[in-house]
Design a binder for this molecule. Structure first.
Ligand code: ADP
Ligand code: MG
Length: 577
């Protein structure tokens, strides 16, 4: 070596670079996240190796990542004092695509056509090459500890790169991006990657929890002051440089639970999910074993106003070793828990796997199962220990839980004890199914319910009279989805649900054999009357029967044993419209 060599990129790399440069992709800012995460990885690597070979540190264990915007040269440099690369490593790592994530990306590209490149880049962490989304030219200057010289790698992303030896004082890597014009123009600050505030915000957004300080120089110019403290206007301004650390480094969730204040959790929640209200509930847990992760989950105080109309968007963010991986991870939690916000940080979530693959990974599924369990446990204990709080929760999210009962077959059992209903037992309280059952008198075998649009509508149902008289409690299903949930459950603790306006009531003493004989006899005697009514209402009703369930009302409408209920019929008609 010693001379400058020009080499060709591997074919796949060429394809990838081409995509980076030419795809119309709006989220180019992620390049910064990628380069910072590489810098952090390189420091991790050095720290790890230094455990057994302390000489590698050469006295410098102040690890840091520096971001250096330079207006004059229109370059942005990301520098670290990590492991660096040898000549062979540079050629291997930056000339070929060895990583499975990037390979997967290219595979996917072949399947779905080049048109989808923009979308796909966002979904895959495309690593180092993402630098070419914002740079005309990328220069890497790197030195591995113990190497006499540094290596300089350079490419304009045009199919070839150069490598040569160079001087470099200290170990580590500097990535120098010669920015494309649109990325260093003052006209579009959000796309201007020389703008210190833009950079600061990006670090906050994507890399706040990187464990090494990410530093940047802030330059201020100030004119000197006279003895009275007044600014001397005609004196030349003095420049002072202030080095600021942009990231907060210790992610809240890696800290010891006992040391975190409620206020800090609230702040994290508000920062991440842009809410102005404190959350109703916080769950922070760290799990080690077959799957390893740390999670902080929040139940927001209020459901978004359009929560029940719009398509479910889940608010779980994924991190991998403190590096942000993705937002709104679907498939982590079941749909009925979609109101939960929070984050999961796991070393098992690879940064470079596509979002789509990640969402279907078995690791993620295992984590999801655990999260579901711990959320349900939290809700159960809230219900048992803090009923007012649980009722607040229920008011906001009860419908989501009920939707789990009727739409998610596997969750039915787990959710039945979280359900609350108004009932005839108290004028304003809600009851659980367990409490209803505990109040059932001996001999009552069914759980009775009545559906209607509100309390008074239900209480006016002719059928209620008899039940009231017999002292039998009736659940009131006043929410339009209640009946779907009850129908899906069919029974609770071996007690079947029975609508008071559907089929036979099977009330003790009412449905005795003698009583049945009597109604049968009445039916025979009045056959002519029943037929006449049936004829009159032909097409509107299926059957006219003598009933034992009425007290003072002469007639009531009921549904057949197997027919759909009246209120369900109402909902279906509404949906049809
Ligand atoms: P990944 O980070 O998933 O391995 P990247 O495309 O981001 O993939 O980086 C490719 C490789 O280049 C890394 O695996 C690493 O070996 C090397 N590399 C990139 N940046 C640095 C750096 N700052 N210091 C040392 N090595 C680096
Ligand atoms: Mg990387």
């Amino acid at each position: 070596t010693g001379t400058k060599e020009t080499r060709e990129f591997q074919t796949e790399t060429k394809q990838l670079l081409d995509l980076m440069i030419h795809s119309i992709y709006t989220n180019r800012e992620i390049f910064l996240r990628e380069l910072i995460s590489n810098a952090s990885d390189a420091i991790d690597k050095l720290r790890f190796e230094a455990l057994t070979n302390h000489d590698l540190l050469a006295g410098n264990a102040d690890f840091e990542i520096f971001i250096l915007p330079d207006e004059e040269t229109k370059t942005l440099t990301i520098a670290d004092n990590g492991m660096g690369m040898t000549f062979a490593e540079v050629v291997d790592n930056l000339g070929t695509i060895a990583k499975s994530g990037t390979k997967a990306f290219l595979e996917k590209m072949k399947d779905s056509g080049a048109g989808s490149a923009g979308e796909l880049i966002g979904q895959f962490g495309v690593g180092f090459y993402s630098a070419f989304m914002v740079a005309k030219k990328v220069t890497v200057i790197t030195r591995a500890p113990g190497q006499p010289k540094g290596i300089r790698w350079e490419s304009a992303g045009d199919g070839t790169y150069t490598v040569e030896e160079c001087d470099k004082d200290s170990r580590g890597t500097a990535i120098i991006l010669e920015l494309q014009d649109e990325h260093c123009s003052a006209e579009h600050p959000a796309e201007n990657f020389l703008n210190r505030f833009t950079l600061q915000n990006l670090v906050k957004k994507y890399s706040d929890y990187i464990r090494y300080p990410i530093k940047m120089n802030f330059i201020t110019e100030e004119k000197p002051r006279d003895a009275d403290g007044k600014i001397i206007e005609d004196a030349p301004a003095a420049q002072s440089v202030e080095v600021k650390t942009l990231n907060s480094m210790t992610p809240l969730w890696t800290r010891n639970k006992a040391e975190i204040t409620k206020e800090e959790y609230h702040q994290l929640y508000k920062n991440l999910f842009l809410d102005w209200e404190d959350p109703l509930e916080i769950i922070h847990s760290k799990v080690e074993g077959a799957v390893e992760y740390t999670t902080v989950l929040f139940i927001p105080a209020h459901a978004p106003f359009d929560f029940y109309q719009r398509e479910a968007s889940s608010g779980i963010r994924l991190y991998s070793r403190n590096v942000f991986v993705m937002d709104n991870c679907k498939d982590l939690l079941p749909e009925y828990l979609r109101f939960v916000r929070g984050l999961v940080d796991s070393p098992d979530f690879s940064l470079n796997i596509s979002r789509e693959l990640l969402q279907h990974s078995s690791q993620l599924q295992k984590v999801g199962k655990n999260l579901e369990k711990s959320l349900l446990k939290t809700l159960e204990s809230m219900l048992a220990k803090d009923r007012p709080k649980y009722e607040t929760f229920w008011k906001e999210y009860g419908r989501a839980i009920k939707s789990g009962v009727y739409a998610d077959f596997q969750s039915r059992e787990k959710l039945q004890d979280l359900l609350l209903f108004p009932s005839s037992q108290s004028a304003d309280g809600l009851t659980t199914l367990a409490d209803y059952v505990s109040r059932m008198p001996d001999g009552q075998t069914l759980i009775y319910y009545a559906a209607g649009k509100d309390r008074s509508a239900v209480e006016r149902l002719p059928q209620m009279e008899l039940l009231r008289e017999k002292g039998i409690e009736v659940l009131y299903l006043l929410d339009r989805v209640d009946e779907f949930a009850i129908d899906a459950l069919r029974e609770y603790k071996d007690k079947k649900f029975q609508s008071i306006s559907r089929g036979d009531l099977k009330l003790d003493g009412v449905d005795t054999p003698e009583a049945k004989q009597e109604t049968d006899k009445l039916a025979k005697d009045n056959e002519a009357l029943l037929n006449a009514v049936k004829e009159q209402l032909a097409g509107k009703i299926a059957e006219v029967k003598i009933s034992s369930r009425l007290k003072s009302s002469p007639v009531c409408l009921v549904s057949g044993d197997n027919g759909i209920s009246l209120s369900m019929e109402q909902i279906l008609t509404e949906m049809d419209r």
